[in-house]
Design a protein around this ligand. Structure first.
Ligand SMILES: NC(=O)c1ccc[n+]([C@@H]2O[C@H](COP(=O)([O-])OP(=O)(O)OC[C@H]3O[C@@H](n4cnc5c(N)ncnc54)[C@H](O)[C@@H]3O)[C@@H](O)[C@H]2O)c1
Length: 326
């Protein structure tokens, strides 16, 4: 019995694999499993003999069918081309974010099991005119290629679930901050960069207005919530399987205040404001606040505050990366 993690070499995928293994070691796995298969263009970084890496392209139907089979109890579908990359390469984004999602669903449909299928969607499915607080029933009006293809993915996954081919849990993630490592191709990459780089003593720029409100989650909370989505029983889930995951609503100005609180004025002085219309067009189309009472009632969790997420980064990651952080 195996769990497939597409994007298993990526930022969230690696952490999902590590948390699944830790839950199994602790005697509380979300579902019973023997092995985890990371399916990605690169091998998994998790060193554990219960983890197999399939290195290849998710848009290859034959490869997908050889990976998802009658032994599959769950699929975490995390592989994707992110927001900035999708806006730059429409065809690649379609291939990976839409076509490959359908290949996976078809492979799951062909299996004799009905795997639990966790799909990572995003708040980028929203756009256009929006209420101040987004509720579970707000229709999607994506204003980016990434958001449009995630929205198509949601509909596909939900429909395969309604037909009984998979058992879906579609999680619209907040923007993850503070993300360790280097900047990535997400348009929202700055939401981590403006905290991470200054805490490491490096300069960073804010490309959007300071009053832009963002819906954020720390990496730990996001991963815990994805694993929780696997644990839930189908009977407890809404018929429409799309869930807005909890986050905290923070303006970019407040994010910089949290930076000053944790890193001091010298960290804040490393941040400059340089508007970038390409980023503004994408990120400012996203909602900054949600009513997540429904998902909290299902047992998903939220961070206490953004400053806590900054402290989490400063404590756990910055010291490893820089060797010395306040
Ligand atoms: N990090 C965030 O802020 C955030 C927010 C909302 C949603 N999400 C979603 O969560 C998921 C994981 O995000 P992440 O931050 O870990 O991204 P990531 O870029 O770190 O990981 C994505 C992985 O997908 C793999 N991949 C891309 N194309 C592939 C292909 N054709 N075949 C096989 N593998 C392929 C990449 O190699 C990479 O390892 C994505 O679906 C993303 O859209 C992330």
């Amino acid at each position: 019995m195996n769990i497939i993690v597409t994007g298993g070499a990526g930022f969230l995928g690696s952490r999902v694999i590590a948390q699944l293994l830790a839950a199994k070691d602790g005697g509380t796995p979300p579902v019973e499993f023997d092995r985890i298969v990371s399916f990605d263009l690169a091998p998994s970084k998790v060193q554990d003999d219960r983890v197999d890496s399939v290195v290849g392209d998710l848009a290859d139907p034959d490869l997908v069918r050889s990976v998802v089979n009658d032994n599959t109890v769950a699929v975490f579908h995390l592989a994707a081309v992110l927001s900035g990359g999708s806006e730059e390469d429409f065809d690649l984004a379609y291939r990976v974010n839409v076509q490959a999602t359908r290949e996976l669903l078809e492979a799951a449909r062909a299996a004799t099991t009905t795997p639990r299928f966790i799909f990572t969607s995003s708040l980028a499915v929203f756009g256009g005119p929006m209420p101040e607080v987004v509720t579970d029933t707000l229709a999607t009006q994506p204003a980016s290629t990434y958001g449009a293809f995630k929205s198509i993915g949601e509909l596909l996954v939900n429909e395969y679930s309604r037909k009984g081919y998979v058992d879906a849990r579609i999680c619209r993630l907040p923007t993850i901050s503070v993300r360790p490592g280097r900047p990535n191709s997400a348009a929202s990459s700055f939401a981590s960069g403006i905290i991470r780089e200054p805490l490491l003593g490096e300069p960073s720029t804010v490309p959007v207005p300071l009053d832009t409100t963002m819906w954020l989650s720390s990496p730990d909370t996001a991963v815990t919530n994805l694993v929780h989505a696997l644990r839930l029983e189908a009977a407890d889930l809404p018929e429409w399987r799309v869930m807005n995951l909890p986050g905290v609503s923070v303006s970019v100005g407040e994010m910089l205040e949290a930076l000053t609180e944790v890193g001091g004025q010298q960290a804040r002085d490393l941040v400059t404001i340089e508007p970038d219309q390409r980023i503004i067009d994408i990120v400012c189309s996203w909602p900054g606040s949600f009513d997540v009472s429904g998902t909290l009632a299902l047992g998903f969790t939220a961070d206490m505050s953004f400053a806590d997420a900054v402290r989490q980064f400063a404590n756990e990651f910055a010291s490893q990366e820089a060797g010395a952080v306040r």
